[in-house]
Design a protein around this ligand. Structure first.
Ligand code: BES
Ligand code: ZN
Ligand code: MG
Length: 499
């Protein structure tokens, strides 16, 4: 797939189709559409006048036209984006993706996009390229026939008046971020017999080599030595040995304040049966995605390795399989975590917090001063927020606000839930320091967060519960159904904003 930028003159673009953003109730005779309408023989004004196209969000219209040699393309795709005031640079990714999927189905191989956004041109181009790349990901890796073999091969992005170098930079950034998101989605989509913790670690090692990251894999013996009894209590029932994947990006010249280090930590449960607290059979297959937090960590680190920001980043994945077995942890077992805290395990299906406990403690031991963890942690967050918002909680309001703000820019939504001492009290155990579930089903998402918080010492910390947002149950105009690579874009932005 190729991307190319031009600053004006879309007439010159050697493409099959032109795709143009149209705002709600926009008049074709004025502003940005005027010249375009004229060149295409007044087609836009005629469909708008006849109310065949209103510019509503997600509306599309494909029109064949002839510009008598003035424009090379012969197809025009109008894409409605709704109100102009809601149209942000991040919306361009959705528009580009919608256009790509629409045209791909119709065997079109190339198109020029007129995104018509007056935001930062680099960012507009970046979003266009990212949307182009991520929209072509499909779930059919393991199909031997009926594969989706149609591809839109090239995208030309036209932003009038922009600097060509800025656009080029934006396109290459968008390609990196889009490829990294697809890398994450491929991991999340892998079946658990293929992507077990050992394979997860191998993939991380390979991508580290390709992108210049350091990579260390801690095996169970090493973790036992470090006292990670909480994490190991989850893997003990599985024949697949756990791996702690540690990726490190170090810039040539750092602009970070001395001693400051951001760590991103992911839950990497390659399959979650629930363990002895076995899940019901129906829908259990979905639990292959229980490593999505870890997948987003590795994808984000891939992007960081290639974008080369001037601040260091640590990426950690607790890759573990949760199985029932003769050796498996029982509800009522007590284990000791690496920070010395004792945990009474009352439900072996609340395993994500058990592996993250030792993983975040390890991140802090490695020098992290800010920790962001990502996990498909609770079914409760899906009940609370559905698939539209990631639940966010943390001990530092500035960090939480910062992540929410980065999400607003990248088009990912986060909604904060509270954590406080009163909630923490509810996970006090009768016989150990803490227990891994609350006293009832109340505030299930917060119970998970306050458990993890017990393993944060001094670091600023935010927890993202992505159980509802890591997987799309249905196809969208700009995106296949399945894994979403949630938070990759937002975390890249968080890192780059701290430069
Ligand atoms: N992986 C699940 C969370 C989950 C559940 C994600 C359903 C998507 C759909 C997690 O390990 C889990 O099982 N959590 C339990 C916690 C409970 C036992 C306190 C849950 O949410 O039911
Ligand atoms: Zn789980
Ligand atoms: Mg579980």
């Amino acid at each position: 797939m190729k991307t190319q930028a031009i600053t004006a003159n879309f007439q010159e673009a050697n493409v099959d189709a032109l795709a143009v953003t149209v705002f709600k109730d926009e008049k074709a005779s004025g502003g940005g559409l005027k010249e375009f309408d004229k060149l295409t023989g007044g087609i836009i004004s005629s469909v708008i006048k006849n109310e065949e196209f209103k510019g509503d969000v997600g509306e599309t219209a494909l029109i064949r036209f002839s510009a008598k040699g003035k424009v090379k393309a012969s197809l025009l795709l109008l894409i409605g984006v709704g109100d102009k005031s809601d149209y942000k640079p991040a919306s361009v990714a959705i528009v580009a993706g919608t256009a790509t999927r629409f045209l791909r189905k119709r065997n079109v191989k190339s198109f020029a996009l007129l995104p018509r956004n007056d935001g930062d041109p680099t960012e507009v181009a970046q979003n266009a390229a990212q949307g182009f790349v991520t929209s072509q990901f499909e779930l059919d890796k393991y199909r031997t026939k009926d594969k989706n073999n149609k591809t839109v091969e090239s995208l030309v992005v036209c932003v009038e008046g922009a600097n060509a170098a800025d656009l080029k930079n934006g396109l290459s950034r968008g390609q990196i971020i889009g490829d990294s998101m697809n890398f994450t989605r491929d991991l999340a989509n892998e079946p658990p017999n293929i992507l077990h913790p050992t394979e997860f670690a191998k993939r991380a090692q390979t991508i580290a080599k390709e992108t210049g990251l350091k990579c260390e894999i801690l095996d169970e013996a090493k973790m036992a030595k470090l006292g990670m009894g909480s994490l190991l209590s989850v893997s003990i029932g599985s024949d697949q040995p756990a791996k702690l994947i540690v990726l490190k990006y170090e810039p040539k010249k750092s602009t970070a304040k001395k001693g400051e280090l951001l760590a991103i930590v992911g839950k990497g449960i390659t399959f979650d049966t629930g363990g002895i607290s076995l899940k019901p059979g129906e829908g259990m297959d979905a639990m292959k995605y229980d490593m999505s937090g870890g997948a987003s960590v590795v994808g984000t680190m891939r992007a960081i390795g290639l974008l080369k920001p001037t601040v260091p980043v640590l990426g950690i994945v607790a890759a573990v399989e949760n199985m029932p077995d003769g050796k498996a942890t029982r509800p009522s077992d007590v284990v000791t975590a690496s920070n010395g805290k004792t945990v009474e395990i009352l439900n072996t299906d609340a395993e994500g917090r058990l592996v993250l406990a030792d993983a975040v403690a390890y991140a802090e031991k490695q020098g992290a001063t800010t920790i962001v963890d990502m996990a498909t942690l609770t079914g409760a967050v899906i009940i609370a927020l559905g698939d539209l918002n990631t639940g966010i909680m943390g001990n530092d309001q500035e960090l939480v606000d910062n992540i929410i703000a980065c999400g607003k820019e990248t088009g990912e939504d986060f909604w904060q839930l509270p954590v406080s001492k009163a909630y923490s009290k509810q996970i006090k155990s009768d016989i150990a320091d803490i227990k891994n579930i609350g006293p009832s089903r109340k505030a299930g998402t917060i119970m998970g967060a306050v458990f993890i918080q017990e393993f944060i010492d001094k670091a600023k910390w935010a927890h993202l519960d992505i159980a509802g947002t890591a997987w799309n149950d249905s196809e969208k105009p700009h995106q296949a159904k399945g894994p979403t690579a949630v938070a990759v874009r937002t975390l890249v932005k968080l890192v780059e904003n701290s430069e």
